[in-house]
Design a protein around this ligand. Structure first.
Ligand code: FEO
Ligand code: CA
Ligand code: CA
Ligand code: CA
Length: 643
């Protein structure tokens, strides 16, 4: 099991399940979502959209994606569709800083790691150089480094995947703290190939990097520590999983499961319930609390509250201080994707990746100004955070997480707006938000204006806790929900209090009806996917899905392209297959759509230990462990990905 995969985490949200709603209102919507079988109703032909297989399908016949799809394959190597090329751009240990030393896994130190590309790249972004240009041949590669795999990272470390933190030496723990965070690397395309440059923008950010805390919770009493009585300064970020880019050229990076970097007994703190609601289980999985008091919740409980935020980083200014934006709330952050609304306010869609957790939306108070980058720098400090409630009749209501709104008062433990943001999950519980099947990426189609929420899977969903938007008990395969704001394309109103919604895809093997999967009827045995995680849209508005968890079904995780509209709606095609044990993360396009960058995370993580590896990707050199890496996918002879 992947260490960062929270399948074993207890579900703690309090919102009521929707089974009563389903029982009372067998609506068109609930039929669409698969409630027919449960209620004994039959699906009336005619109103079921083309996404559905079986008798009610209108039938998709033509994907706009013209490439020949990759045949299903899963082995120690990566594979890409015919006519496409996948080149490695940056590997764990490659030089980021100009004075970095060559990577030697047997001689690694915290100092050497601090100058090198970190471990387990996840969200990636491509930012054109110079700032303001649309260059697709020179830019900055930003990469999150989510977590480490000690059991396959350190030669000689005797451990299992569950006791790394207890077995690691002080130096190994320090290496781990340097190997997480993020990298910024200048890259250029020469002769059709991308390569890194040790340029002025290059930097590493890790668990020791000074950061500031801004927004409504900055300076809150629950964010003050002995080392920082102001409650506004913190060292480092970790568990940075998904993310997004702003239109002013910064990156939003999401702290997802930072609680695994903490240790200590929650019973010995004054706010055990709040700590556990965020997922804390005293794992100290990376050994950090053994050597750093601030990560021991018994010694410094408020340090815990200074993690699990969205962090804004300016890759164009290598001296800039990353900022934790408290207005975006504190939970198990995954995606933080930005769209400029038709009224120029900035909207951020935010997922909380855990079982039975929620989807959130932030709408800025002030407007984006394309001509004033400095003014945009504080846009994410003021605005309204809300949480999604899906109704069985196909409406979606955004419920404001605002102090004084309904139960969000001091009587219920929220003294002020800061407390609501620090404990956003508890506020969502009280408002009756809809518990989802582990929200991962959450992103707007730039062409249609529709928004897609990716629910990776949740085997912990019970029959008694299904709801209109999460209809499958023991959802092993995941699904993608389509959110429909009023208006279309650039006229979509992403600040509206009410949307409509639909299901886009129900994942699973379409040849196995028992999975309840729903794709276009033309989906091939090579093209269907499961356990979706990150998505990206190409310039034409086609969705590209990166999966995380197909290994559990003995399939490679990969990249799949799929139309969201037209005859090819919900008809995925396979482009890329990752090597053994790896998930695909990221995808990021150059502005012209001719390069797709993909992060290959945790190759070989399914290995028992470093002596018995399932892959040596990408180097395939003895004594060199598998290395998480970012690759560039291009077409032989050039041209748009997918065409
Ligand atoms: Fe780190 Fe939600 O995947
Ligand atoms: Ca993810
Ligand atoms: Ca994305
Ligand atoms: Ca995942």
């Amino acid at each position: 099991m992947k260490r960062h995969n929270p399948d074993d985490i207890r579900s703690k949200s309090l919102s009521q399940p929707f089974q009563s709603v389903l029982g009372e209102r067998v609506s068109r919507r609930s039929l669409l979502l698969g409630a027919a079988a449960a209620t004994g109703a039959s699906i009336a032909p005619g109103f079921v959209g083309s996404i559905f297989s079986g008798e009610a399908v209108a039938g998709g016949t033509a994907s706009s994606l013209t490439f020949t799809e990759l045949k299903r394959v899963y082995d120690e190597k990566h594979h890409v569709a015919p006519g496409y090329v996948a080149d490695v751009v940056m590997r764990w240990g490659d030089k980021v800083a100009a004075d970095a030393v060559d990577f030697d896994p047997a001689a690694q130190t915290a100092a050497t790691q601090a100058g090198q590309f970190g471990y387990n790249n996840d969200f990636i972004a491509y930012l054109p150089l110079p700032l303001g240009s649309a260059s697709s041949e020179r830019g900055l590669l930003y990469a999150n480094h989510e977590y480490i795999d000690p059991q396959i990272m350190f030669p000689g470390l005797v451990t299992t995947e569950d006791d790394g933190g207890k077995a690691m030496s002080a130096e190994q723990v320090a290496i781990g703290m340097s190997a997480v965070g993020a990298s910024v690397v200048e890259i250029v395309k020469e002769g059709g190939k991308w390569k890194p440059v040790q340029g002025e923008f290059n930097r590493r950010i890790d668990l020791n990097t000074p950061m500031t805390i801004s927004g409504p919770a900055a300076g809150h009493s629950k964010l003050k520590t002995a080392a920082d009585p102001t409650g506004t300064k913190v060292f480092g970020m970790t568990a940075n999983c998904g993310g997004g880019m702003t239109p002013w050229g910064t990156v939003l990076t999401c702290e997802e499961f930072a609680y695994e970097s903490f240790g200590g007994d929650a019973d010995k703190t004054a706010f055990k319930g709040d700590i556990e609601r965020i997922g804390y289980e005293n794992s100290d999985y990376y050994g950090i609390a053994r050597f750093n008091d601030r990560f021991n919740i018994e010694k410094e409980p408020n340090e815990f509250n200074r993690f699990q935020w969205v962090v804004e980083i300016d890759p164009y200014d290598p001296k800039s201080t990353p900022v934790k934006r408290t207005a975006l709330g504190r939970f198990g952050h995954e995606g933080a994707t930005v769209v400029v609304n038709k009224d120029n306010r900035v909207v951020v869609y935010l997922g909380d990746d855990d079982h039975m957790e929620y989807l959130y939306r932030f709408v800025s108070k002030n407007s984006f100004n394309a001509n004033d980058r400095t003014a945009n720098a504080t846009l994410l400090d003021e605005g309204e955070l809300s949480v999604a409630k899906f109704e069985a009749d196909g409406t979606l209501n955004w419920l404001p997480l605002v102090h004084g709104n309904g139960p969000l008062t001091a009587d219920n433990g929220f003294a002020d707006q800061g407390e609501i943001l620090i404990n956003a999950r508890k506020a969502g519980d009280l408002l009756g938000a809809t518990p989802m099947d582990r929200p991962e990426d959450f992103e707007t189609n730039p062409v249609t204006g529709r928004v897609y929420a990716v629910l990776t899977k949740s085997a912990k969903r019970k029959p008694e806790t299904v709801n209109p938007a999460n209809t499958r008990p023991e959802n092993k395969w995941g699904h993608i929900v389509e959110l429909i704001p009023p208006g279309e394309g650039k006229d979509a109103d992403h600040a509206s209090a009410q949307y409509k919604w639909d299901v886009f895809i129900m994942c699973g093997d379409p040849s196995k009806p028992e999975t309840g999967s729903k794709f276009s009827a033309d989906t091939t045995t090579d093209g269907f996917f499961m356990t979706p995680d990150n998505i990206a849209f190409d310039p034409k508005g086609r969705m590209w899905v990166a999966t995380d968890g197909m290994n559990d079904f003995d399939y490679a995780d990969g990249i799949f392209g799929v139309d969201t509209d037209g005859p090819g709606r919900a008809l995925p095609k396979a482009l890329f297959a990752a090597p053994s044990g790896a998930e695909c993360t990221g995808p990021a396009f150059t502005p012209d759509g001719t390069t797709m960058f993909v992060a290959i995370q945790h190759p070989g993580e399914n290995s028992d230990n470093i002596e018995n590896l399932t892959t040596l990707w990408p180097d395939f050199v003895e004594k060199m462990p598998p290395r998480p890496s970012v690759i560039a996918i291009t077409r032989e002879g050039g041209g748009e990905i997918g065409a």
